[in-house]
Design a protein around this ligand. Structure first.
Ligand code: ADP
Length: 512
């Protein structure tokens, strides 16, 4: 009983032989070994069969009437569809087998009759294996070629974008934050030449008063992942100060991890924005206040009673005017804080009092929206402007409540925290004790790409937020300003659909 070879491929073999005894013998032998066998007695029939369903291997008799084996093989090799099928010639001992011709027309091997079972099988298996490996190699080769073409295209595209982008772009090493390439826009913005920049760090070039923070952001990039729209002050070669937004992306340059810095010069935009905002707000405040007064007067009934419909319209007008006044006040507030026209009136105050006061202020809103409010205060002394901190806490609480669903819980928790001051301008990051206030909600959450952006002015996750939730998109910008003026930090973590957690970190007395 012939043994069944292990892992025998169910290969499809076409046998073309005009001698029925040979055909039957080969067929039976190969079928028994698990091969799928098709057998035909004529060269032309074999060609048709091979074309219709190409087999994995062909056993081909040399001596046949009409069309001999060499001719059949030539036809097979002439067609794209059958060219790659391995052909093994069969010849009787007394046939004159022209071996050179057999190989010349494209045969891969030959077998002579009478057949030695083991030999035939060994040859077939060998050629099937070689053929399979060849196929794999070819496929792999094609994949690699495609990859090379794709990479070359991507590289060409990147180079074009890099060179011609209106945005200043720089590439720096992660390890030392040294510039290895910058584009023409970067040179235009900075006023430096390529030679002056390449190989140096932002610190050496004194590009910003926050260069240590930039370098640290670059070095931490493999852990933090891409960062978007970080605002920095940029100092040009001539000492001119610009405001830029930087986005950082981790890239791989020939195996070296690098940071791709894309900058956006927003100096002019900021200046115009500030001018416009301050002008509009000042101009709006007086007429708005007077409109509000007029609406109040109408509502008081002193000018006559109003119909139910009239009162409804009046309520709508009052709500909208209040919203406008809130917006104008927020803008002026932010402008004042920004330009440090008002100083923080810092006094000794107790964190617990502030937390309790903030929750009490927001309790009515929470009740109205059926949101549960929990507070865990911490009796610790702060050196702060209580009004401004209260403003920050109530704003964060108001957001947490308004973006929650009825039945959700909002919690305010104060804890002591040790925080590594990685952004200090000292070389050695230092650890300090801070007060960490956590405001956590179970609301709709904030998408990851908006986590930093919402602290910018007029940034809302959804354009309809101001209409639907009555906000101005300025609250968090104000909060950030106040916290920064207390030398603290504010940030948010969030999972969409599960909720957001805002953190306010404030240094304890003695550290400011
Ligand atoms: P607004 O007056 O619109 O609330 P903010 O600056 O306070 O302005 O907030 C900006 C935006 O950030 C909000 O409009 C909202 O899209 C998003 N946001 C703030 N807090 C939360 C929160 N707790 N949950 C979900 N989204 C929030």
């Amino acid at each position: 009983m012939p043994k069944q070879p292990l892992n025998l491929p169910k290969a499809d073999i076409l046998v073309i032989d005009d001698t029925p005894e040979n055909l039957n013998l080969l067929s039976a032998m190969l079928t028994e070994q698990g091969y799928k066998v098709r057998s035909v007695t004529k060269g032309s029939t074999g060609l048709r069969g091979a074309n219709a369903v190409p087999p994995d291997l062909i056993l081909l008799d040399v001596n046949m009437p009409e069309m001999n084996g060499y001719e059949v093989c030539q036809h097979l090799k002439a067609s794209d569809r059958t060219r790659d099928i391995p052909v093994i010639f069969i010849s009787a001992l007394d046939d004159v087998l022209d071996k050179v011709k057999a190989f010349a027309v494209g045969g891969v091997d030959y077998i002579t009759k009478p057949f030695q079972l083991e030999e035939v099988l060994a040859r077939i298996e060998n050629h099937l294996t070689i053929w399979k490996l060849q196929q794999q190699l070819q496929a792999q080769n094609e994949r690699l070629q495609q990859e090379i073409r794709d990479r070359a295209k991507a590289e060409e595209k990147f180079t074009k974008v890099f060179r011609s982008s209106p945005n200043p772009i720089a590439i720096a090493t992660i390890s030392e934050a040294r510039f290895i390439d910058v584009n023409p826009s970067f040179l235009r913005m900075s006023g430096y030449s390529l030679e002056e920049v390449i190989g140096h760090t932002a610190t050496v070039l004194n590009l910003s008063k926050n260069t240590v923070a930039i370098a640290q952001k670059i070095q931490l990039l493999p852990e933090t992942g891409s960062l978007y729209n970080l605002e920095f002050e940029f100092s040009t070669k001539s000492g001119e100060l610009k405001t830029i937004l930087i986005s950082l992306e981790l890239i791989d340059l020939a195996g070296v991890p690098c940071a791709l810095l894309i900058a956006n010069d927003i100096t002019e935009r900021k200046r115009l924005e500030n001018e416009f905002i301050s002008l509009v707000s000042h101009e709006l405040r007086t007429p708005l206040t007077s409109t509000m007064g007029a609406l109040d007067l109408l509502g008081s009934g002193q000018l006559g009673t109003m119909t139910e419909q009239g009162q409804k319209v009046l309520r709508i007008a009052t709500t909208n005017t209040e919203r406008l006044i809130r917006l104008v006040n927020d803008i002026l507030d932010l402008e004042r804080i920004n330009s440090v026209k008002i100083f923080m009136r810092k006094v000794k105050c107790n964190a617990a009092d502030l937390l309790i006061m903030a929750t009490e202020t927001m309790q009515a809103m929470a009740d109205k929206l059926q949101v549960k409010l929990i507070v865990h205060p911490l009796a610790i002394e702060l050196w702060a402007d209580p009004d401004r901190l209260l403003q920050t806490l109530t704003n964060l609480l108001s957001n947490a409540i308004k973006f929650s669903e009825p039945g959700d819980t909002v919690s305010v928790i104060a804890t002591l925290a040790e925080y590594k001051d990685v952004e200090s301008d000292k070389n050695e990051p230092s650890s300090h004790n801070y007060l960490l206030i956590t405001i956590q909600d179970q609301g709709r959450g904030i998408p990851e790409d908006k986590l930093q952006l919402i602290f910018e002015r007029f940034q809302q996750v959804d354009a309809s937020d101001s209409r639907n939730k009555g906000g101005t998109g300025l609250g968090l910008a104000i909060c950030r300003n106040i916290v920064q003026q207390h030398h603290g930090k504010i940030w948010v973590e969030s999972v969409l659909g599960e909720g957001s957690t805002f953190y306010v970190l404030l240094p304890l007395p003695g550290l400011q």
